[in-house]
Ligand binder design. Structure first.
Ligand code: ADP
Length: 392
């Protein structure tokens, strides 16, 4: 059965088509600059990538071109072969603790939740409507970044702010990257050969979050009402003193929204290093003795270690620490720095095993009290799996 996994942004559309349940990736790609000048798209089949220019006034044209590519490349003969389309949705609020069918009622809730996810949810709705228009016979589903975290207890998701902010405006921790935390914890349980596990899953990419997962259920996570909570990230500040917002707003004569933009887009590794949000550039800066890159990396690692230590206590121990996403899968030095700081918990890094990028690997020594693994994430496959289960 052919299942399409879709991630729509305001001007982009990423997709991967799978043959399910075999989990075989048939084609993937991305449409960029939708609704803008110079729009283009790229497709990847059997590892071979081609880039093409295209007029993309809206997401509808992107879906039409995508379907035509599938036919031209002989992946399908007819649109009806696409049985399910799974849409990634950032914010599902407290409404969705699992993936659901994209009924009008559910899409309506996603739209309403735009109030707390103004950058993400409206784009997802545009993508869903475009897919429904171009491929009306496929089962459409909604897969939320937040639903895996819905098992968190109240004590972990409430903020110590006036209670009415929660009842009136839904201010609480929701968490994000849920499909990734779920995927790697399932894979970790397979590796450990049991399901009753205590895991600390570190999704460290440009955006980054850590979760505490007990018996396959999330009990705590570092992101909050929005993705700008918890860890220091590529361009996001993560946890800071909330009073900084009003202070900088007065100092620089900026609105709260303008300060918030700076905290999301000009902070993190970029803000401290002054060089880049990309950890590869920061690593290069460190090699050249750049003091702000050294500081940025030290702060970045400290925050991750703080969360791992806190979740170790919260879980009452830990069966495995998992690293995933761009930095977690690829940065040998960042993983090493994190694990070395955890030596007081009996964690023992194995440098040779850690010399790996982008594949499943145990990276600690056999006598490490807690094993650590690299497990590449696959959010697209998780979306396709949930969609297949709702379609079959
Ligand atoms: P997102 O999905 O949040 O945009 P990714 O998970 O794709 O982010 O991670 C992208 C980040 O991964 C890059 O910004 C970079 O910091 C990091 N990264 C990718 N490759 C490497 C590498 N070889 N070494 C160190 N960091 C890397």
């Amino acid at each position: 059965m052919k299942i399409l996994s879709v991630n729509a942004g305001s001007s982009s559309l990423k997709f991967t088509l799978f043959e399910m349940p075999e989990e075989k990736e048939l084609i993937s790609g991305v449409f960029e600059k939708i609704g803008l000048k110079d729009s283009f798209y790229s497709v990847k089949i059997s590892g071979e990538k081609t880039k093409k220019e295209a007029n993309l006034p809206s997401h509808n044209e992107a879906f039409e071109i995508l379907m035509k590519e599938l036919i031209d490349n002989k992946i399908i003969e007819d649109y009806s072969e696409i049985k399910g389309i799974g849409h990634r949705v950032a914010q599902g609020g407290a409404y969705f603790d699992k993936s659901v069918l994209a009924t009008d009622e559910n899409i309506d809730i996603v739209s309403k939740l735009s109030q707390i996810a103004p950058l993400h949810n409206p784009a997802a709705v545009v993508g869903i409507n475009a897919a429904k228009k171009v491929v009306p016979d496929a089962v459409q589903t909604l897969v939320f970044d937040t639903s895996f975290h819905q098992t968190m207890p109240e004590v972990n998701y409430m903020y110590a702010v006036p209670y009415e902010w929660y009842t009136k405006y839904n201010v609480r921790k929701y968490g994000f990257h849920g499909t990734s935390h779920k995927y790697v914890s399932m894979k970790a349980n397979e590796l450990l050969g049991k399901t009753d596990t205590k895991l600390i899953t570190c999704h460290i990419g440009n955006g980054a979050s850590i979760s505490a997962v007990a018996g396959g259920k999330c009990i705590d996570t570092s992101m909050g009402l929005t993705p700008n909570a918890g860890l220091m990230m590529g361009t996001r500040c993560g946890d800071i003193d909330a009073s900084i917002v009003s202070y900088i707003s007065e100092c620089e004569n900026l609105s709260a929204t303008e300060v918030n933009n700076k905290l999301n887009k000009e902070s993190g590794l970029l803000g401290i290093s002054g060089v880049s949000s990309d950890s590869r550039d920061v690593e290069d800066g460190i090699k050249n003795g750049d003091e702000r890159c050294i500081l940025a990396q030290s702060m970045y690692v400290k925050k991750i270690v703080d969360y791992i230590a806190s979740y170790y206590v919260e879980l009452g121990g830990c069966d495995a620490i998992i690293f995933t996403a761009g930095v977690g899968e690829n940065s040998i030095s960042t993983r090493a720095q994190i694990l070395e700081k955890l030596s007081c918990l009996g964690v023992k890094l194995d440098n040779e095993r850690n010399n790996v990028r982008g594949k499943v690997q145990l990276i600690t020594a056999d006598n490490s009290k807690i094993p650590a693994y690299v497990i590449p994430t696959n959010e697209e496959l998780m979306i396709a799996t949930d969609t297949y289960n709702l379609t079959k």
